[in-house]
Design a protein around this ligand. Sequence first.
Ligand code: IMP
Length: 433
Amino acid sequence: MPGTVVVGTQWGDEGKGKIVDFCAQDADVVVRFNGGSNAGHTVVTGAEVFRFHLIPSGILRPETLNLVGNGVVVDPEVLLAEIEELKERGHPVDNLRVSERAHVVMPYHRTLDGLEEELKGGLKAGTTLRGIGPTFEDKAARIGVRVGDLLDEEALRERLATLVPMKERMIEAYGGQAGLSKEALFETGRDWGDRLQAYVADTSLLLDHALKQGREVLFEAAQGTHLDIDHGIYPFGTSSNAVVGSASVGSGVGVRHLNQVIGVAKAFTSRVGTGPFPSELAGEEASYLRDKSLGEYGTTTGRPRRIGWLDLVMVRFAARVNSLDYLAVTKLDVLGGLDPLRICVAYEHDGETLREFPASMRVFGACRPVYEELAGWEDISEDSWVGAVKRGYDELPGEMRAYLDLLSHETGVPVGLVSVGPAREATLELRGT
Ligand code: IMP
């Protein structure tokens, strides 16, 4: 399959970084196509743990070309820090390229993110404060700065001459203190351009060449379907598209190259930020899952994630809008030791049973979960899980297989990958078996 897309089926943080890194063993190219440094993808190799916000999760495989596509908004400070960290830890980044068409998160975007959140009252999304919304606002308003502008002094100076007074007026109108300097922003932009120059390219063209040569391309989504600007929990989601269609727009290749779609579903649900969450857990069960699981604290913000039972109304919706071929189910090991387990298969709203995800946040906020109860499995060590997956699917606990069967039955999508630990070896591939 030359083009495989990996998307999140929930609210982000499904474990996509690990799945992309795993699938990247067969890929020649990995391309990120949406979001920005609001994302946090964790990749574990041996004893090393990496947390990427912008760099694609295939970067640790030196023979794989890693692209940051035009659909990503790039904060150069974050990108340059990630490049430096990788180099310092002995991982060259010669295999990285960044689209000249990607939009740049400018310092004033971060300022505006904070000011907007303060003014939004009940519409507050609890953003990562990384300037994501304001950068996408400027992109749509056609007043953004693109990565290519950082390499063109004249274009950069001209853009800033127009934009800086506009941004000053906006910041002041929102109650902030502007004090922006055109010259300082120009120098910052030029410095970013100098340091990024070696990586900037027409990434759509690179992809086109790769696809024409029959190379395997992995399209890596950030965030999840339910944070998508069109299909997510508006207005509590993010400002870019996170569903499969955006892989084409955000990387600059046609849809016929998107041959296979893998939806990553964590075995339970989590959420950073505000908004309704019908299967949310409080108390001991939530703390048990949060503390046991590597990273149930926002990778980007460090906030504790809100935790809940697996919600299959959400995953069923994601299966539809992404035309999923397979599910990759992650963090099943984390549920070990909890008994019984619950899975939300529908919502109860106003005396009716809803099986489809509602558009209205007022309706969603009043939904009660309808659960199926299942027996749990034992809590065992990561080494034992690695041993179990090596022996094959039938060696997984029967209760876990029943859990996966219900997931697959309720969503109509086969389970193609099972992950029972952060390590690459703790992964069982069922695709094509
Ligand atoms: P923003 O993307 O920073 O504007 O944040 C909007 C909402 O999306 C907030 O609720 C964030 O917590 C959430 N969000 C954005 N990116 C991610 C992610 O990668 N994982 C989980 N939540 C995210």
